[in-house]
Design a protein around this ligand. Structure first.
Ligand SMILES: *Cc1c(COP(=O)(O)O)cnc(C)c1O
Length: 467
């Protein structure tokens, strides 16, 4: 055995203790580290010929790289939709690596059964019926891709062609309709050979909404002359967290032939609170559902879940045939259901967090985040020089400069906010107007954090030239 490797094996407890110490320091200090690192990263160094051992590697890492890591897992990082990692999920994630199970199949390990238990818990959490099967994937982009791959296979079934065998060309042009689709839908359509250009935007409701106009969707479907299509409904848009009326969209299937995929990446978590569950009423009428877990469940990257009620079609798409695998019988192994073959046991961090905090603990995170988003909305409405772009519907605050929100001034404002180090937001364009979004989905964020963010925004807006 290599000398450095043998040394690490001999000193494993000390090594893991050192790593633990760094992790404790970093996690405990997360609230106070700058939320984003804006300086240039070090230039790439040479590949080590002789290794230094893990303790020395840890020292090099903490000296050279960790100072530039962001505080994105902390309470005032409000960019994109960014979750942190609950203590239990970190514990589960560590053990995922320690056990290093391959979740691809049930052969010789209970790991896949644990994933099944976790998927079952999540199905219940989001109010989906037993007819939904699911699997862990890396993120909502991949969850959307899997859902749309199953949709593609369904189109084949409707048109009497076998897409998995004959390829997507056998389908001819496909229509994909959506009101305010996330950018990853176009990416998924590109990956699947359906084509980004086949995504048609259906008008949204008037009065500052991002939810699809169901009458307009009805009309667009009528225009397809009976050709089966895919509808992507959105349960939580990224700018204003608006929700399509899922029940009304699903009801259109009485008159039109379409696959209903729901992108509920973070909006699905509305189901956890009786106060907001009505927003996702009808989710269980979907044919496939995407929910991200590294956002509002607050498990480490990378984790999401995909659900569908057509396991058979999913199997047709992803089935892997190899001599050593044997024919899929009974409950199909996960490698026959997802793009990956070998797979990390991504379910374990989620299993830990759900076991540790239960439905009640995760509901509390959701409700607190929504209350804090509303509080920031109120604060922003009271800051001279800022105005809200949309009502705070759930956990995102979308706002801009009160005067001349052009690209130059909004960018200057964004830079001033980021340079302050207190918070990090992401720019957007809402209804043609440039602005910023503050998205709340971290388990630790408190009222005090919101006051700090509001203070940082007030001082940054004062620094924007030409107001
Ligand atoms: C974040 C998000 C995605 C993409 O998720 P990743 O985890 O980044 O792959 C898709 N849809 C919606 C609505 C999202 O918020």
């Amino acid at each position: 055995m290599d000398r450095a490797l043998a040394g690490d094996l001999a000193r494993l407890p000390e090594l893991l203790q050192s790593v633990r110490d760094v992790a404790v320091r970093e996690v405990n200090g997360m609230s106070e580290r700058p939320v984003a690192s804006l300086g240039p990263a070090p230039a790439p160094g040479p590949l080590p010929g002789e290794g230094v051992g893990a303790e020395a590697a840890l020292a090099r890492f903490t000296e050279r790289w960790s100072p530039g890591f962001s505080g994105s897992a902390g309470p005032r990082y409000l960019g994109f939709v960014t979750g942190g990692a609950t203590p239990a999920s970190v514990a589960g994630d560590w053990l995922t690596s320690a056990y290093d199970q391959n979740g691809c199949a049930a052969v010789g390990s209970w790991a896949a059964a644990l994933e099944r238990e976790t998927v079952g818990w999540l199905r219940e959490l989001f109010g989906l019926g037993e007819e939904f099967g699911g699997a862990f994937v890396t993120g909502a982009a991949m969850s959307n891709t899997v859902g749309l791959a199953v949709a593609r296979e369904w189109l084949g079934e409707r048109l009497g062609v076998d897409v998995a065998r004959d390829g997507v060309a056998a389908l001819g042009p496909v229509d994909v309709l959506s009101g305010s689709p996330h950018s990853t839908i176009g990416k998924a359509l590109s990956v699947l050979g359906l084509g980004r250009g086949r995504l048609r935007r259906v008008p949204v409701l008037p009065d500052n909404r991002e939810a699809v106009d169901v009458a307009a969707l009805d009309a667009a479907l009528t225009g397809l002359d009976g050709r089966p299509a895919i509808v992507v409904a959105n349960a939580g848009t990224v700018n204003s967290v608006d929700f399509d009326d899922l029940r009304a969209v699903a009801a259109l299937r009485e008159r039109h032939d379409f696959w209903l995929h729901v992108d509920a990446a973070f909006g699905g978590f509305a189901a956890l609170s009786p106060a907001y569950a009505h927003l996702v009423a009808g989710l269980d009428a979907a044919d496939s559902v995407c929910v991200d877990l590294h956002k509002w469940l607050n498990v480490p990257y990378d984790a999401a879940v995909q659900f569908t009620r057509r396991r058979d079609l999913q199997l047709a798409v992803f089935r892997n045939a190899a001599a050593y695998l044997g024919p899929p019988a009974g409950e199909p192994d996960f490698l026959h259901l997802t793009p990956e073959n070998s797979r990390r046991l991504r379910a374990l961090p989620a299993w830990f967090s759900l076991m540790a905090y239960g439905r009640a603990g995760h509901r509390e995170i959701v409700e607190r985040n929504v209350a804090l988003a509303r509080l920031l909305g109120e604060r922003i409405a009271g800051i001279p020089g800022l105005r809200l772009l949309a009502p705070v519907r759930l956990n995102v605050v979308c706002f801009t400069l009160a005067d001349r929100p052009d690209e130059e001034r909004v960018t200057a404002f964004d830079r001033a906010v980021a340079a302050g180090g207190e918070t990090f937001l992401t720019p957007t364009v809402y209804d043609g107007v440039r602005g910023l979004r503050a998205a709340f989905s971290n388990w630790r964020t408190s009222e005090e954090d919101v006051e700090r963010v509001a203070g940082a925004l007030a001082s940054a807006v004062a620094d924007v030239p030409g107001g």
